[in-house]
Write a protein that binds this ligand. Structure first.
Ligand code: FAD
Length: 400
């Protein structure tokens, strides 16, 4: 990996714009959104207008063309104030649009990626099922070839943006027995397709601004033209999207850690106990220092990995084995560390707040509930450790 880490003027301008938007538009509505458990329709509409739903997508497909580095800048800044907005953007961009960007045909890019990048259609990604979570290759939603269509039957769960999405990337088994080795295919399914409906919406501990929904497929006929990538190669399509998602989760967590640090600093400088601000107690200072150390380390890791993905480009046929392996290993490392460091930073910040940190309505209390899921979704941290260890066993420690 290159050790250089600099931002262009365009990237710096994006950071300023997003930071202002997060402070002026998202922060004031985050508490009400959380309490009411409502999708933030108004801020999402503004984010669409500002191009936030297509930051890393090339301009020829309606995006801003600011790459993964630009995308991470946006998520880092929004992550400072709210995690629900991050999850909405990331489920759409990392998981929804990446399959089209990397594996879509020119027609699919025109028809589905462009409206997604412009924010005209929100996207979702549907891999998980009641019987297959971590063992995603074991999914049983079936796709059967019938004439010009694939007919999908099955039940998918926990789909972020499932309620709002106008189009969903759905992984289904063209051959259950083959599983991840040639038995899974990725499909683009449009809302309104006969036989496709949204089922139960989950109540959650956090991320109250996002929908997490069941998707039901009953004899849902999807045109063959909507197969993303090759038949049987859907697992690869899903894992490519998750590599993007895991780095973007790192960027959102990085923002969350900075938000937690800012709150802890402000509170501890103002809270008096035993005749002085608590920030002067070493026990508090050590917590602040630990958060800062993790922020610096994570910041470097996230932007190096994002720049690496940008350098690899969007033509998967040109990717070498070493690049692919490094991308997946590094995404897993970042996802794992970022989620655990963010959980620790937010827990420590809450502790610095004392009792008020436990009271509903404080930003740190919301952040605490929101952060927990990052150790679970996009592949649990146990699964990330298996990916990292598997690569170490196969290739040892190699770094380009
Ligand atoms: C809020 C939310 C949003 C989500 N959004 C999406 C989405 O948009 N799209 C989507 O497809 N999915 C989504 N998911 C699903 C999420 O990715 C899964 O919940 C996750 O991958 C874990 O699967 P599981 O819940 O079935 O747990 P399981 O796989 O049953 O795991 C249970 C426990 O066993 C551990 N475990 C399992 N296998 C092993 C092993 N081999 N070695 C060691 N430990 C193991 C796990 O790490 C975990 O601790 C979402 C989930 C939530 C809660």
């Amino acid at each position: 990996m290159s050790i250089e880490l600099t931002f262009t003027d365009e990237q710096k301008a994006l950071r300023e714009t997003v930071a202002r938007f997060a402070k002026d538009e998202i922060a004031p509505v985050a508490h009400e959104m959380d309490e009411k458990e409502e999708f933030p329709t108004k801020t999402v509409a503004k984010m669409k207008e500002m191009g936030f739903f297509g930051v890393p997508i090339p301009e020829e497909y309606g995006g801003l063309g600011l790459g993964k580095v630009g995308y991470c800048i946006m998520l880092e800044e929004i992550g400072k104030v709210d995690a629900s907005h991050i999850a909405i953007l990331a489920a759409h961009t990392s998981l929804g649009t990446s399959p089209l960007l990397y594996y879509g045909t020119p027609e699919q890019k025109q028809k589905y990626l462009t409206p997604a990048a412009k924010g005209e259609r929100i996207m979702a990604f549907s891999l998980t099922e009641p019987v297959s979570g971590s063992d995603s290759g074991g999914l049983i939603t079936e796709a059967k070839e019938e004439g010009d269509y694939w007919v999908i039957n099955g039940d998918k769960i926990y789909v972020t943006n499932g309620v709002e999405a106008g189009q969903v990337v759905v992984m289904a088994a063209n051959d259950v027995k083959k599983g991840s080795h040639g038995g899974i295919t990725a499909f683009l399914v449009e809302k309104g397709t006969k036989g496709f409906r949204v089922g139960r919406e989950e109540k959650k501990m956090g991320l109250h601004g996002t929908s997490t929904a069941e998707l039901i497929f009953e004899n849902c006929a999807v045109p063959k033209a909507n197969v993303i990538g090759e038949v049987g190669q859907g697992f690869k399509v899903a894992m490519t999207a998750l590599d993007v998602g895991r780095v973007s989760l790192g960027a959102g967590s990085l923002g969350g850690m900075q938000g937690a640090l800012d709150l802890a600093l402000e509170y501890s400088k103002n809270r008096m106990q035993f005749d002085q601000p608590i920030v002067w107690y070493q026990a508090i200072q050590f917590k602040l220092a630990d958060i800062a150390m993790h922020i610096l380390a994570l910041r470097n890791m996230v932007y190096q990995a994002a720049a690496y993905q940008d350098r690899m480009g969007h033509d998967v046929s040109k990717w070498g084995r070493t690049e692919r392996k490094q991308k997946s290993r590094d995404s897993a490392i970042i996802k794992c560390l970022a989620s655990e460091w963010a959980s620790k930073a937010i827990t420590d910040s809450l502790q610095i707040h004392g009792g008020i940190g436990y009271i509903r309505g404080t930003p740190i209390e919301r952040a605490y509930r929101d952060a927990r899921i990052s150790e679970i979704f996009e592949g649990t941290n146990e699964i990330q450790r298996l990916i990292i260890a598997g690569d170490l066993i196969e290739r040892g420690w190699v770094n380009e």
